[in-house]
Design a protein. Structure first.
Length: 578
């Protein structure tokens, strides 16, 4: 299955890469002329030694030098041009895939987060860096290496055979480098990602780490991960560095040996001194792409690994199909025989669940921990797909709505509210590039958070940070509620909405629920605390993923909860529903 995913994803990557096919051909054409102009140096040396020095003609030297300056100028221009073209090819490749990879990372992380998923964007960057690196230019130059070898053969067959044998040894070293450094480099990359993820987690929870005296323990764990990463990086660098040094030393030795052999042939009157110098220069030019490839091999390996990871990611998360736009639905939700198996698990958290809700109704969903309340919230918002059964919004299944459209119709307040880096207004507006100020204020007022926000130093323009927010848990939760109510969703799903609220906050929440019902929206509240279900008309009781009871709140409570009268009168800080 994994191989099938990788093949599918690789086809998609190749399809995107083919969009720049004409530019690749342009680079290949420029490389042809640039490599032909590389013969300028050897030919110049050949003419200088064999003609200028022999004839003593200064005019010939000046003419040859002017031609060489012109040729090298053209070669430099061609080399610069093809580099600029490849820079744009890499930028186009990344730009064409940025949205696709970002969406795939988000969708895959929701159901199966792993290291490969979390590094998807970094993998794309590694492929883009290869496209703009000198090593790719070396790949365009390598096909012209036989031309340089042919030139050496023209000078003398012995020099030609020596050059071919030397190049063969360098190629064997390159292959050995690839085989022996692949695993250390992949291991170092993986260990580095793990250390980075751990440091990000510690930074995000820095307040808890500091408050609970966990700094030394957290550092020890991070240092262990970091040590493993550094150790594997050193191991990978040792391997690639060994082969790189071997290649450099061998190339210099080959060029010196070429001069020595050439000098011997000159003494034997089998070739000229100019041919000896030109042959050494040609050998250096022929071997340069191999040496460059070895020096840049870590870039190549990271790009190959990134291509492999992207192929697997894009194959596992296919492109979303365009959906026919549907009109804004009414607040009618029908759940029929719904079963949901959480990602990575085998046992269903919800089993054959059926209920419905009409506009203007509020349903409280109660049950012990692990009963399936949060699973139901994720299913209702389209985060987790049903394993069996269906969820219909105004007659249409949730997958008939594009995700961004469904998000406009269904507001969601998760158990743990996370704010993003930006202003409070941007967070309420769900990170829209141009938030609607009027809608932001309306949503905040519905969540009874307007005055609370105005009391902050910069009001709606107060900057918050995802990991270092000074807002209290209750303030964050009320901002999260405002975000859920932004642009009047028809269905609002609240998962433990008052877990961080005080009495005033709970009263504000109940007022918001009353306003939603009056406006014709439907509300589903996953709750443990009685205060959260005070405004509910219906009650759904879950246990072990199955429906135990469903109906009017008072009837369900009378039948299942001994202290239902107390619960009806319970204050905001009362105990949980049992």
């Amino acid at each position: 299955m994994q191989t099938s995913y990788m093949k599918t994803g690789a086809r998609e990557l190749r399809r995107v890469r083919r969009r720049s096919r004409s530019l690749y051909w342009a680079v290949a054409l420029f490389s042809l002329f640039a490599n032909l102009l590389m013969l300028t140096g050897p030919l110049y040396m050949l003419q200088v030694y064999d003609r200028v020095l022999g004839s003593g003609s200064e005019e010939t030297l000046i003419a040859l030098s002017m031609i060489v300056i012109f040729m090298y100028g053209i070669m430099g221009l061609l080399d610069y041009t093809r580099g600029r073209i490849m820079a744009r090819v890499g930028a186009r490749f990344q730009a064409d895939l940025d949205r696709r990879v970002f969406d795939a990372v988000v969708r895959k992380s929701v159901v199966a987060p792993d290291v490969k998923t979390q590094t998807g964007l970094a993998d794309l960057e590694s492929v883009q860096r290869l496209m703009t690196s000198p090593v790719l230019m070396a790949a365009f130059d390598m096909p012209w290496t036989p031309v340089f070898f042919a030139g050496i053969f023209l000078f003398h067959p012995i020099l030609g055979y020596f050059a071919v044998c030397g190049a063969a040894v360098l190629i064997l070293i390159a292959l050995a480098n690839q085989l022996l450094s692949r695993e250390p480099q992949a291991s170092a990359t993986h260990a580095g990602h793990m250390a980075t993820l751990m440091s990000d987690q510690i930074r995000t929870e820095s307040e808890m780490v500091q408050a609970m005296g966990m700094r030394d323990a957290a550092f020890a764990r991070w240092q262990t991960a970091r040590g493993q990463s550094l150790g594997r990086q050193v191991q990978a660098t040792d391997v690639t560095g060994l082969f790189s040094s071997m290649t450099k030393s061998l190339r210099l030795l080959l060029q010196s040996a070429m001069l020595g052999i050439g000098a011997y042939l000159v003494l034997q009157n089998e070739m000229t001194a100019g041919a000896m110098i030109a042959g050494s220069i040609l050998l250096g030019r022929a071997l340069a792409p191999v040496e460059l490839a070895l020096n840049q091999w870590p870039v190549v390996q990271r790009a190959f690994k990134g291509w492999e990871n992207l192929s697997e990611l894009l194959g596992a998360v296919p492109e979303e199909k365009d959906r026919t736009p549907l009109p804004k639905p009414k607040a009618k939700l029908a759940v029929k025989l719904l079963s949901v198996v959480p990602p990575g698990e085998r046992q269903a958290s919800l089993k054959s669940l059926t209920f419905d809700i009409k506009p203007g109704q509020a349903i409280g969903v109660i049950g012990p921990s692990g009963a399936g309340k949060s699973t139901l919230a994720r299913a209702l918002t389209g985060v987790w797909a049903p394993t069996a059964g269906s969820i219909r919004l105004d007659g249409a299944t949730l997958d008939q709505y594009a995700p961004h459209v469904l998000g406009q119709h269904i507001g969601y307040l998760p158990q743990r509210v996370q704010l993003f880096d930006g202003t409070i207004a941007e967070n309420i507006a769900r990170l829209e590039a141009t938030p609607d100020p009027e809608q932001v204020v309306i949503a905040a007022k519905k969540a009874a958070a307007h005055q609370m926000i105005l009391d902050l130093p910069n009001g709606y323009d107060t900057i918050v940070s995802s990991g270092q927010s000074r807002l209290s848990g209750g303030q964050i939760q009320r901002i999260g509620l405002a975000r859920a109510l932004y642009r009047d969703p028809v269905i609002v799903v609240l998962d433990e909405p008052n877990s961080n609220l005080d009495n005033d906050g709970s009263q504000a929440l109940n007022a918001a629920i009353r306003a939603l019902k009056k406006n014709g929206s439907s509300v589903l509240i996953m709750a443990h605390r009685p205060a959260a279900i005070q405004e509910c008309d219906l009650l759904l009781v879950l246990d072990n993923g199955m429906r135990l009871a469903f109906g009017p709140k008072d009837e369900v409570l009378a039948g299942m909860v001994k202290n239902h009268k107390q619960i009806k009168r319970a204050p905001a800080d009362a105990g949980g529903v049992t």
